[in-house]
Design a binder for this molecule. Structure first.
Ligand SMILES: [Cu+2]
Length: 248
């Protein structure tokens, strides 16, 4: 988001300092929206400047947005919208650091989210989130807004985030694997299932077609005999030939 804003200011700044000043005011007044869907927050990760108000908006179902005890920066105030089924809840993030929050009814389904204010800091950075998964804070800072969908996408931001983050290899490695390593594992399991399934299908299909072709030849012969196309001798002869073909 830093980059985005700089680019944004750069574009508008051609008009002079007065324009840049106006656009800064406009940017500060922006209200990012986190949608509360069934049953996830979207975006799941959001980076904002201190003083930004975020609107948590009901998109479907009934949810809450509730900070974890001990997963907000020291000096930051916890918040809890309570469970709402329409409208929205707004909260202004004044204190720099990392805020982890959850939905009271759907915490067990992994309905959690993370907001990084200014820069990653605080107890949320020390331990993995107890429910579900959230993107690494460095990825959130880089992306500005991390859509929920990218969670299940094996390409895209996750790799870019890992490569480009410039963090030390040991830093937060536990959380990283928690968030990213699920994908190759799931892919591997699916791959094994695919191979087994494919072999089964091939085996079934193989015997299936062989039997089917024999049966259909015999069916045709029987129906021709029944219709009087061929006489008794011819029928016996051809039936014998089919039987011989099958034995070979
Ligand atoms: Cu919920």
């Amino acid at each position: 988001m830093k980059t985005t804003r700089r680019q944004f200011l750069g574009l508008l700044g051609t008009g002079g300092i007065a324009t840049a000043g106006l656009s800064q005011t406009a940017a500060a007044q922006q209200t990012p929206v986190v949608k509360m869907e069934n049953n996830y927050f979207d975006p799941i990760g959001l980076y904002i400047d201190p003083g930004t108000t975020v609107r948590f908006e009901i998109a479907a179902g009934a949810h809450s947005t509730t900070t974890y005890d001990g997963r907000i920066p020291s000096g930051g105030s916890p918040f809890d919208s309570g469970v709402i089924s329409e409208g929205s809840y707004e909260y202004t993030f004044e204190t720099t650091g990392t805020y982890d929050y959850y939905c009271i009814p759907h915490k067990s389904l992994g309905m959690v989210g993370r907001i990084v204010v200014g820069q990653p800091a605080g107890p949320a950075e020390e331990t993995p989130i107890p429910d579900g998964t959230v993107p690494d804070s460095e990825v959130i800072v880089q992306q500005g807004s991390v859509p929920y969908e990218s969670n299940s996408d094996s390409g895209g931001y996750s790799r870019g985030g890992m490569m480009g983050s410039g963090m030390g290899p040991g830093m937060m490695s536990g959380r990283r694997s928690g968030w990213f390593v699920n994908l190759p594992l799931a892919g591997g399991a699916l791959g094994v299932l695919g191979v087994v399934g494919g072999a089964l299908y091939w085996a079934l299909n193989r015997t299936g077609t062989a039997r089917e072709s024999d049966d259909s030849a015999m069916d045709v012969l029987r129906s021709r005999y029944a219709q009087g196309d061929i006489d008794e001798d011819e029928f016996q002869r051809r039936q014998q030939r089919l039987a011989n073909d099958r034995e070979e």
